[in-house]
Design a protein around this ligand. Structure first.
Ligand SMILES: CC/C=C\C/C=C\C/C=C\CC/C=C/CC(=O)SCCNC(=O)CCNC(=O)[C@H](O)C(C)(C)COP(=O)(O)OP(=O)(O)OC[C@H]1O[C@@H](n2cnc3c(N)ncnc32)[C@H](O)[C@@H]1OP(=O)(O)O
Length: 303
């Protein structure tokens, strides 16, 4: 997205996301329940519901990939497209990101995308993950995460890519990077995002231990900015948004860029190497075995 200074803020898509979406409903616009004018029209895709409010310049973007909003390739792609659409529409200055699935904000990577898949698929998947992170982390819009459910691993990264996080006060809604408990390792740009948010020492501990923080601890360590009763998450996110939108866009955007560019550039410089690392790591027999075992455990603990 172009800034007043002419600096291009978010990297252009290196993917060809449209190709994935043939036959989906992306781009369809429908009236919101009880809505009337343009400002109340929804658009979106199968897995991302966008409720734009032109009057306030704020859109609510809801993840709806049941049961747990796992980041499938399709969800990643649809998120990038929806974000780009809002960024290209000068009406919008902010997005509230939340979940349409009960009790889960986002379960992180869709493990079925990297279990028993060939290297080419894993590479395509990881590039889509990189793309979403880059787009969100550098977005010129204000992004507020209204975290209304569990938020492990990749879910936490989605939340950390936002400018501000409001978490519902429910002990089951834990947030953090638990990769080590799955026998995998957070890549450097997830680690950098963590360090940028909660500092080096806290990240060192939390990453090695694979800590998932309940709300009070998440607030204490600085992973989230507010913890509020569940029925106040949306209204609090809107109040936070108002606070951020009170700042002139150009000053806030340039400051955000100043704070985040070095971290994003680090990935941009070594994107291919990062993809190769990921693919060779997750395709190892031993890693495939632990991912399979973890998925099996998730499936069995149901009911
Ligand atoms: C030397 C090193 C060099 C280089 C390193 C390079 C790269 C590094 C490598 C890898 C880094 C990769 C980064 C990974 C980040 C991630 O995001 S990994 C994913 C981690 N996610 C989790 O651990 C969450 C797991 N899920 C849960 O804990 C719970 O499901 C949750 C609390 C979210 C919700 O609980 P509940 O409501 O009770 O739901 P269920 O547990 O019953 O689940 C319902 C069905 O959903 C399936 N499912 C859950 N999570 C996932 C998932 N992440 N992917 C796919 N599927 C998932 C679950 O199996 C149930 O399915 P079923 O209905 O039984 O078929």
């Amino acid at each position: 997205m172009a800034l007043a200074s002419g600096v291009r803020f978010a990297p252009r898509a290196l993917l060809r996301p449209w190709a994935l979406l043939r036959g989906t409903t992306l781009g369809r616009t429908e009236p919101a329940a009880g809505g009337g004018g343009d400002g109340a029209r929804r658009f979106g895709s199968q897995r991302v519901l966008v409720e734009p409010d032109a009057a306030s310049g704020v859109a609510v973007m809801k993840l709806r990939n049941p049961p747990v909003n796992a980041l499938s390739l399709e969800l990643l792609t649809e998120l990038v497209i929806s974000l780009e659409k809002l960024e290209n529409d000068k009406t919008f200055r902010g997005i509230i990101l939340t979940s349409d699935c009960p009790r889960v904000f986002c379960a992180g990577l869709d493990l079925t995308e990297i279990c028993g898949r060939n290297p080419a698929h894993c590479a395509e998947y990881w590039k889509a993950m990189q793309e979403l992170w880059l787009r969100m982390y550098l977005s010129s819009l204000v992004l507020v995460a209204a975290i209304n459910g569990a938020c492990p691993a990749g879910g936490c990264i989605i939340a950390l890519s936002c400018d501000c996080r409001v978490l519902a006060d429910n002990p089951k809604y834990r947030i953090g990077l638990n990769e080590t408990l799955l026998g995998i390792i957070a890549p450097f740009w997830l680690k950098d995002t963590y360090v940028n948010t909660i500092g080096h020492r806290a990240s060192e501990q939390a990453l090695q231990l694979g800590s998932l923080f309940p709300p009070a601890e998440a607030l204490q360590v600085g992973l989230v900015d507010q913890v509020v009763p569940e029925d106040q998450v949306q209204s609090t996110a809107l109040s936070e948004m108002a606070r951020w939108l009170a700042v002139p866009d150009h000053a806030r955007q340039l400051t955000k860029n100043m704070m985040r560019k070095a971290t994003a550039d680090r990935l941009l410089r070594q994107r291919d190497a990062d993809t190769q690392n990921f693919v060779s790591f997750v395709c190892r027999d031993s890693i495939q075995k632990s991912l399979q075992a973890y998925l099996e455990k998730l499936r069995q603990r149901k009911g």
